[in-house]
Design a protein. Structure first.
Length: 202
């Protein structure tokens, strides 16, 4: 069944597989809902609560999820291409094979998120908090990373190639290199002190 322009003021019950293109779901409480394979293309979902929701294989292309709560949401195989997620809370969310290309995640909270084999090409992560996040084998080509926080993030195997934002990426790489070099220097200093102590005591 296809619902268009569905108005929801909160507490609306939706089921997996529903077709809700262009639906108006602003402020709805859909926390913990089973929304697998749901079609929410171009839906207006500002400030919607999708915390702990199962969005596996959901189609959210072009949807507006500004300031939405997706904390601990299951996004396995979900398509969020061109989705507006600025200011959204995606902490502890994640998934495998997620298409987030060209999405707007400016000022979003992605702390402790885990994404694997996903597509974040041309995503806007400006001012986003990615503390403790993990992006395994994820494409982030030409992603906007200005002032984003990658503290303790793991980007193993990910592609961060970007011509436009080389300086941001380079500064991130330089920071990691500086920390590693500092750690190596501290280790070497301790080793040298021990060696000198042994020599002087002989």
């Amino acid at each position: 069944m296809l619902f268009r322009y569905l108005i929801c003021s909160g507490g609306e019950s939706l089921t997996c597989g529903s077709l809700l293109r262009e639906a108006y779901l602003q402020g709805c409480d859909l926390s913990g809902s089973d929304l697998r394979d749901i079609d929410l293309r171009d839906a207006i979902m500002t400030r919607v609560d999708l915390s702990r929701a199962d969005l596996e294989e959901a189609d959210l292309v072009g949807a507006t999820l500004t300031n939405a709560n997706l904390r601990r949401a299951d996004l396995n195989h979900a398509v969020l291409r061109d989705t507006k997620l600025s200011g959204a809370d995606l902490s502890d969310a994640g998934g495998i094979d997620v298409d987030m290309s060209n999405a707007d995640l400016a000022n979003a909270d992605l702390t402790d998120t885990v994404f694997r084999d996903s597509n974040f090409d041309e995503v806007n992560l400006s001012f986003a908090d990615l503390t403790g996040s993990r992006f395994d084998n994820t494409d982030m080509v030409d992603a906007k990373l200005r002032f984003s926080d990658f503290t303790n993030a793991n980007l193993e195997g990910s592609n961060l190639r970007s011509e436009e934002h080389t300086s941001e990426l380079q500064s991130l790489v330089n920071l990691v290199c500086r920390l590693l070099l500092e750690k190596k220097k501290q280790t070497n200093t301790k080793t040298n002190k021990k060696t000198n102590h042994l020599i002087s005591s002989q």
